[in-house]
Structures are given as C-alpha cells and as structure tokens.
Design a protein around this ligand. Structure first.
Ligand SMILES: *Cc1c(COP(=O)(O)O)cnc(C)c1O
Length: 415
C-alpha cells in the first residue's frame, strides 16, 4: 500500500481534508472545546490499531492477537491514573457522552432522580436534557446559575438536594467560566444521600496540571473527554473509586459499548504522556492567562463578560447589553466571514431560543497551542469588536480577515 493512496483512490475525501487543513491553518479558532493535537497523537490515531478487535479489557479479551493493544491500553490506564491520581480508570468510552451514559447505567435505574445543571445554563445535553436519553430515563431537576453573579447557586443546589433526594448529582459544564467547588458539591450530595458525577470534559487539562481543584478525591465518578483542554484524540474516559471499578467496566463493556477504538486509546496514551510533562503545565498556564487577557479586553471594549471575567479557559459574552442587541447566531456568522471561529451560546437569563442565543462562548486552548500569547489576545478582541460593530460592511470585514490570516501565518500549525 502506498502512502498517497487516499489522494489516488478518493479525490473527494482527500480534497476535503486538504481544504480542512487549510481552514484550520488560516482561521483563529476560539471554540472552547477544540484544540490541535500533536503529530504524535495524530500518528497514533491514524495507525494500524484501527484494524484490531479487542472486546474486553487488557489481558482479559474475547479475541486473540491482543498482546500489543493490551500494552497500549495498559499504558493509557497507568498514565491516566498517575495524571489524575485516580483509583480506577476506564479509557474505552468512545466519547464524553458515552462516558456519562455508562456512569448513569452503573449508578442509576430508570426512573431514579438526578440533580444537574441545565444545558441552557451551561451544562451538557447528557445532563438530563429532555431530548437526550438521560432526560428520558431519569427524573431530572436542575440547580441554576445566579442571574446576577453568573455563578453556580450552591445554596439552591443544597435546598433541592434536600427536597428531592436525588440518587446522583452531576457537576460540570460546557460553558461555565468560573472555578467549580467540587468538594462543596460532594458534601452537599453526600449529606443528602446522593452520589456525585463530576464531568470535567472542558477543564480536564487545568485539573491535570493543578490549576483547578480536582474532583477526584471527592467524587465517586469523574468523566472527561480527552480532546478539549487535555489536547488528545476525540474520546472519553471514566475515573472512579475502587469500589465501583467492576461496575463501571461492565457498564462500558458489555453494558453500553462493543469493541474499543484501540487507535483512539493509543492516542489517549500519547496524550497522557504529553500531559505529564512540565511543558503541559506551562501550556495550561498560558491558556488561562490568555483567556483572562481576552476577557479583559472584551470588557474594556464595552462587552458584558458573564460573571465579570473568567477563572479558566473560556468566557461568555452576553451581547444583549451592546448596541444593536445582536443575537449570538448573527455574531457567529459575521465573525466567520473574518476567519474567526466561535460558537453562539445561551447565557444566564436567556431570552432567545438556543439556535439564536444571546451570547458567544470564546475559549483559548486552540490559539494557545499555536503559540499565541497575551498580545495576540488583545488584537483578537479588537478584531472581534471591529467585526461586530461593522454592520456587515465588507470593507471592515475584509480588513479584519486579512489581519486574522496574518496572525495565523505568524503561528503555523506544523501538520
Ligand atoms: C463536550 C462535553 C461532553 C461530551 O463530549 P462528546 O465527546 O462530544 O460526547 C460531556 N460533558 C461536557 C460537560 C462537555 O463539555
């Protein structure tokens, strides 16, 4: 087989990938859940491990020929344990959503009650949204974000936990800019007889490097994705206390998945080894410093930054307070024309339907991986401001796009 097979055999896919590489190269990526993996991770994910069936767990498989993938999965498990100080790790979830569903399958029976943060307030679909299986199978109640402070209302969480006596409390978010007090949530849950699932999909990189409080000592279950701040391949992972080890493993296989994606697990192993290095701590520090600089400059430019700033890698901009009251969707579309990629997001006290939304979510993991720093964050905030104030004027947008591409070329991706 030749290395240029894809180009020769499938021009459609080959060319779309080439165009996607160029898009990534020439756009300022501010989607908070995205990142750029290392070449080593990419190589592992594109390896022959994709050919292997390995139902089961290392050294206990239902298939022959597993000695090499056993080594890979064990490396991933050992490194993840070291990185997070976890008692037990399962690296097989195909995604963050699969990881969450397996925890539900392990901890709950259909009809049991869960207490969560709603999608609209920054939570995740898998935290009991009515159109997600979690919302169909379980009795869901929600704690809220304080409309004024933009922070999780822990007092309300305690009151609802006491009144509802849920079996599981989930804590973790996709669009929450502030530090989370996992220890306090665990106290509230345990006092009221509930277990805790901490979903650290977004902030896993910060937690792995000690820049955010870890839920691992306090919570029975911790789930994460591996592709957000952790900067690994797309995928999920579950950590849990020893007493739940067997139940979690069987909730993944055979409970909710078949064969593991061994190429993705190899990518996770490489990612964890990278995350154990001192350079990764430095990277996460720069992610946080960049987010803080971007939020500061957006505020200086007159935007309402929800909760007044950020403690982590992302921020929410509430557009309702600026001239014109632009929707998040309109802002996203305008910025896309200037090669700045963001996503619309609902904000606390949302007044629009989710597909319009009144806010933007901006995150710094991807631009920081490219090597951009505080100076670029200030320039990017000013570009965003110019574009949003342009009223769609093509001259203004073209100038911003030109500048955005210039910044990108200064920090190439090296793929
Ligand atoms: C991204 C995310 C997930 C799910 O990840 P997928 O890999 O897209 O399934 C779960 N929980 C939270 C809080 C997330 O942000």
């Amino acid at each position: 087989m030749e290395s240029n097979n894809l180009e020769r055999c499938d021009a459609g896919v080959f060319e779309a990938i080439a165009r996607e590489r160029a898009r990534q190269e020439e756009h300022i990526e501010l989607i908070a859940s995205e990142n750029f993996v290392s070449k080593a991770v990419l190589e592992a994910v594109g390896s022959v491990l994709t050919n292997k069936y390995a139902e089961g767990y290392p050294w206990k498989r239902y298939y022959g020929g597993c000695e090499n993938v056993d080594t890979v999965e064990q490396l991933a498990i050992d490194r993840a344990k070291q990185l997070f100080g976890a008692e037990h790790v399962n690296v097989q979830p195909h995604s963050g959503s699969q990881a969450n569903f397996a925890v539900y399958a392990c901890a709950l029976n259909p009809g049991d009650k869960i207490l969560t943060l709603s999608l609209q307030n920054g939570g995740h679909l898998t935290h009991g949204h009515p159109k997600n299986i979690s919302g169909m199978l379980y009795g869901v109640s929600h704690y809220d974000i304080h409309a004024k402070t933009g922070r999780i209302d822990y007092d309300q969480m305690a009151l609802i936990a006491k009144a509802e006596r849920p079996k599981l409390v989930t804590i973790g978010a996709s669009a929450y800019p502030r530090a989370i007090d996992f220890k306090l949530v665990a106290e509230i849950a345990h006092t009221n007889g509930a277990l805790v699932l901490a979903d650290i999909a977004h902030i896993a990189g910060l937690i792995a490097t000690g820049l955010h409080q870890s839920p691992v000592p306090h919570c029975e279950f911790v789930t994460t994705t591996t592709h957000k701040t952790l900067r690994g391949p797309r995928g999920g992972m579950i950590m849990c206390k020893k007493e739940y080890a067997r139940a979690i493993d069987s909730a993944i296989f055979p409970g909710t998945q078949g064969g593991p994606l061994m190429h993705a697990i190899a990518g996770k192993a490489v990612c964890f080894s990278e995350a154990l290095k001192p350079e990764f701590v430095e990277y996460q520090r720069r992610v946080v410093a960049n987010a803080s600089a971007l939020a500061g400059q957006m505020a200086a430019n007159g935007y309402h930054v929800v909760s007044g700033g950020t403690d982590n890698h992302l921020m929410l901009i509430d557009l309702r307070t600026v001239r014109g009251n632009m929707s998040g969707n309109d802002a996203q579309v305008l910025l896309e024309r200037a090669n700045i990629t963001v996503n619309k997001n609902t904000v606390p006290n949302e007044t629009r339907p989710p597909f319009q939304a009144s806010g933007l979510r901006l995150g710094t993991p991807a631009v920081t991986t490219r090597g951009m720093g505080v100076e670029e964050m200030l320039q990017i905030a000013d570009l965003i401001t110019a574009v949003l104030k342009s009223a769609g004027d093509e001259g203004v947008i073209a100038a911003a796009r030109h500048r955005a591409v210039e910044i990108c070329h200064k920090f190439p991706l090296h793929y």
